[in-house]
Design a protein around this ligand. Sequence first.
Ligand code: SR1
Ligand code: MG
Length: 427
Amino acid sequence: MERAPGAYRILNSENLPALLAGMEDVRALLGGRPEDWRVREVGDGNLNLVFIVEGAGGSVCVKQALPYVRAAGPSWPMSPQRAFFENAYFTAVAPHVDGLIPRVYRYEPLLYCTVMERLSPHIILRQGLIAGRRYANVARDIGDYVARATFFTSDLAWPFERKMDGIALFAGNKALIRITVDLVFADPYRQSERNRHTSPQLDAVVADLRRDGPLKAAAARFGQKFLSDLQALVHGDLHSGSIMVTEQDSRVIDPEFACYGPIGFDLGAFLGNLLLNWYSQPGHASADDDRSAYQRWILEQARTFWEAFRGRFLALWAEHGKGDAFPAAMFGAGDAAALQSARSEFVDSLFADMLGFGACKMIRRIQGFAHVIDFEQIRDADTRAGCEARALALARLLLTHPRQFRSIDDLIDAVPRVAAEERPRKR
Ligand code: SR1
Ligand code: MG
């Protein structure tokens, strides 16, 4: 984590080839002469620079953390150390998530930059969902991924000392934890210069939500849980923009928000963003396709995701439950039913967390700082506001009436019902 003064410089298409040429393995992978390498900056996220470098023999992706929030500019400084934590997360989960993350070739600590596998012909899942494309494996892959990455960093798998070391390491990712605390759990519920929403169409809906005490208390409870329920190492930003896909392959990218936290935080990020996409679909409909069949497919993915997670997590627990939580030696043959029911209860608690965190993630993307292109690409503001209002209505229900949602079926039934009930409001 040491940083020599002055070593950091912002990479660009002029200085990047020389850097990569000095990395023997990367140079060999790219092939040809460095002066012939083609460099493109392709980053479209909120924080970093991302380059694709192509040579005669291959290509790589280079990601560099800027010392500020890219989406805001230098007026919002931010430590580039997040690149260190992204790399530490990949290192921690790699043994458990076989093939579901990109290969990392190099991490350059002084430049806070990572040289990694260029995923091609993959695209960002969010873009595929907006285009109405179907990916047969992604929901199962990501459910499986979250189960593996979190189980094997939890007290269920290892002696607690190992998790404590992880907590100590990732506790250093304070700058990004601060972003989540503010942008996910606080700002959307209060006046903040960073917030925006589709205005004036959503003014009344947003004002009403910000006056809803029970809703704010529920969101604040999830905010507290995020900070205090250190169940496992979580990705910290597992939305559909942090997943790259082909029809067969799925990869999780961008774990710079990694920290120890509740497992439901990652589950909720994926689920909440699927639901945002569901509500955005009328804005992407065409004369040939009203997208209703695609919406049904999205809800099937929500089910597949949850069931894949649940099945894998319980299977891992049964096979690898050697940690300090629920010590295997405590439970004899006669306790099988009690253990089984304790495990089910725990997984049920993760389901409830997934819905609560998912709802928080939905709200922050509609009335907070960072929005999603699922809605932003809907040009007509009235249409966009209608989609957003329906998504907000579901999120409110999830937070204020959690007991209505005992199973994934309850959720799947509620999504279209809430959309039908939420009538456009008069201005
Ligand atoms: C200032 S960063 C805004 C958001 O972008 C990332 O994707 C995270 O979700 C973060 O909250
Ligand atoms: Mg990101």
